[in-house]
Design a protein around this ligand. Structure first.
Ligand code: ZN
Length: 409
């Protein structure tokens, strides 16, 4: 259990002026994050707990499909970026070029094909090593001209990126589908599954299409066309001159929804394998160039999206699976012993408990409890103890119930 009296990052009376959006504003007000500069955020203890909980759901689902976690570097070698042609600002304008000593230059990686492909060159030499899939949680950098929308569009952000390597495109197709299903489970566990859509998007230089996971959000940066006949979603960037043609059923009428991109999955083909001369021997002894897939999820962006979706008039509301704590116990100091006993009991059943033992009035504590958005608010006071229990209120509901202790105080 943790005690709020030990917590140095206090809340603010109101949302700070100039906040990019309500979700980010509430995260600032509640002391979950601080802005270092435009598009660059610090995660404070409560915010970091949410971020780690999102990570842990993603890790769980990716481990289940046989991907292995590694941690690559934030700095990238100019040589590798030159090899793929993406050092060139014309090709990748968001790549940070970092000048270093002795006139050297480095990249601050916005994505990791240039790091993972040469890495795999050492290990993936035979068809027996395939399929191979590795992922990481890594801080990424984008040299955006304008960073806005709080956590939704940053110059520095936390991403999960997964890269897979396969003997044939058919093998890639099979793994691609597995990742898509893992993503659906992830977004369901984050409780945004019903608002998150799988959409066709531009494949850029690699293929005709890529695919995105887009979450409905009023302040989102993307527009999806939804086919009126089959419901297929298509990113606005694929629609030319307002002429919608459904890639699934060729129907020509659609309506639009505003969304924010939370994940994307790409079939990269052999572009990077070729650039780095990745070669794998096959069963019959010949050599092939493996094909690659890459799959991203914006972890810090998800935190911003979820904050924005669930917030109400008085504060944040976290889905249980990612809340910084499951239970918040509001206690006035003379009842602290009872609170600790209850917390121990709750922790035995897997709950994560925060005890608000700060030396301040009930009203201020209750206001902060609403702001934090922890699912269960428990109050222990003389009044509830007289009734033989504690008061339980679920965040987002107005019903307060007295729960009897099933153990001796
Ligand atoms: Zn259609």
């Amino acid at each position: 259990m943790n005690f709020l009296s030990n917590h140095i990052f206090s809340t603010l009376k109101t949302i700070p002026q100039g906040s990019d959006n309500r979700g980010t504003g509430l995260l600032l007000q509640a002391g979950f994050i601080r802005q270092e500069m435009a598009g660059v955020y610090i995660f404070l203890p409560m915010g970091l707990r949410v971020l780690r909980n999102i990570e842990s759901i993603i890790r769980d689902e990716l481990d289940a499909i046989g991907a292995q976690e590694i941690l690559m570097t934030a700095l990238g070698s100019k040589e590798h970026w030159m090899t793929t042609g993406r050092w060139d600002q014309e090709k990748m304008d968001i790549l940070f070029h970092v000048p270093a000593s002795r006139s050297k230059e480095y990249a601050l990686n916005p994505t990791h094909e240039e790091i993972v492909t040469p890495l795999m060159n050492e290990f993936v030499r035979s068809y027996k090593n395939l399929p191979a899939a590795v992922y990481q949680f890594q801080t990424k950098f984008r040299n955006e001209v304008r960073a806005k929308s709080g956590l939704l569009r940053g110059r520095e952000f936390l991403m999960k990126d997964l890269y897979s390597f396969h003997e044939t495109s058919e093998h890639l197709d099979v793994y691609f589908e597995k990742v898509r299903e893992a993503y659906v489970s992830i977004f369901n566990r984050l409780e945004i599954g019903d608002k998150t859509h799988y959409a066709f998007a531009s494949g850029g230089a690699f293929s005709k299409y890529s695919y995105e996971f887009q979450t409905e959000l009023g302040i989102g940066e993307d527009t999806l066309y939804v086919c009126d006949a089959c419901g297929q979603k298509v990113n606005n960037e694929l629609i030319q001159d307002n002429n919608f043609i459904c890639p699934s059923c060729e129907h020509t009428s659609a309506h639009t929804i505003t969304t924010s991109e939370v994940g994307n999955i790409f079939k990269l083909g052999d572009k990077f394998s070729k650039d780095f001369q990745l070669k794998t021997s096959t069963k019959d002894g010949s050599n092939i160039i493996p094909v690659m897939g890459c799959y991203g999820i914006g972890v810090s962006r998800l935190m911003g999206v979820i904050a924005e979706i669930f917030a109400d008039d008085v504060g944040l509301i976290w889905p249980k699976a990612i809340a910084p704590y499951t239970d918040y116990i509001l206690v006035q100091c003379d009842n602290k012993k009872s609170a600790i006993q209850l917390a121990l009991q709750l922790e035995k059943s897997g709950k994560k408990v925060l005890i608000d033992d700060r030396d301040m009035g009930f009203g201020k504590k209750a206001k902060d409890a609403d702001l934090f958005g922890i699912p269960n608010r428990i109050v222990i006071s003389e009044k509830t103890l007289a009734k033989g229990g504690y008061e339980l209120k679920v965040r987002g509901s107005s019903v307060e119930t007295i729960v009897q202790y099933d153990f001796d105080i």
